[in-house]
Design a binder for this molecule. Structure first.
Ligand code: DC
Length: 231
């Protein structure tokens, strides 16, 4: 059967990864969470002291990029691909609010983007892939057969993020989450290199009032139309 590329872009906490994973599982495709790759580089920069509250040494990070290796490995228990930084599983460490605070500035660096975009294009060479991020339909795979652009109200997104972090035991306030989501939206949409924007041929889905199941079946139908060549 024909294999396609499904590109899912959108704002933070719009549920991109949930639906991307559902689609990949259903279609037997590979799922790649590109945000995890930017987060892993951010964690590395934090560990090396290149970025902290009042300090951002871009140059040292860029000079060190060749020493950063990001890979994915399937966790057979959860069925989820987990991200590894230089051979170490960092799936949990990259989801903290601290990493979320620094990831958008790190993602503005062109050299970082170039390295990750090349790796992402390589992963999608054989098609049969669902990739989520901010620039997948515009930069990574401008010829993807299906492009989805996900949005949801700020309140819906902040509540989702808050629940996720509280569930993992992190002590945070709801206001910190709202501030972080707002700030990331601002940086992600206004940066010079590959800002988040809807590709001309992307289909916009606002899921503020859509449940997970309806959203999944809506996008699956769009994917199946393309796989069957109906569109
Ligand atoms: O999807 P996420 O929230 O885990 O992404 C974390 C950050 O990484 C996001 O705020 C912007 C950046 N990012 C990016 O610039 N390009 C991508 N393709 C994916 C993420």
């Amino acid at each position: 059967m024909k294999k396609i590329i499904i590109a899912i872009d959108g704002y933070s906490s719009t549920g991109k990864s949930t639906v991307a994973k559902q689609l990949a599982d259903y279609l037997g495709y590979i799922y790649v969470d590109t945000g995890a790759m930017y987060r892993a580089i951010t964690l590395y920069a934090m560990q090396k002291g290149y970025i902290s509250e009042n300090h951002f040494d871009k140059k040292s990070l860029v000079n060190d990029l060749q020493n950063i290796q990001i890979t994915f490995k399937l966790n057979s228990k959860t069925g989820k691909n987990e991200v590894y930084l230089n051979g170490k599983n960092v799936e949990k460490q990259i989801r903290t609010l601290e990493v979320s605070k620094f990831v958008s500035p790190i993602a503005t660096i062109s050299e970082v983007r170039k390295k990750l975009v090349e790796q992402q294009q390589e992963l999608g060479k054989e098609k049969g892939i669902v990739m989520d991020g901010r620039d997948i339909g515009t930069v990574v795979f401008p010829n993807a057969e299906l492009k989805i652009f996900m949005t949801a109200s700020l309140e819906t997104r902040a509540k989702r993020r808050y629940k996720e972090l509280v569930d993992t035991g992190e002590k945070i306030s709801y206001k910190d989450i709202v501030d972080n989501v707002k700030e990331r939206d601002f940086i992600d949409t206004t940066r010079e290199d590959s800002p988040l924007k809807k590709a001309k041929d992307a289909i916009e889905i606002d899921n503020s009032n859509l449940n997970r199941e309806d959203q999944f079946y809506t996008i699956l139908q769009l994917a199946q139309d393309r796989i069957a060549g109906r569109i």
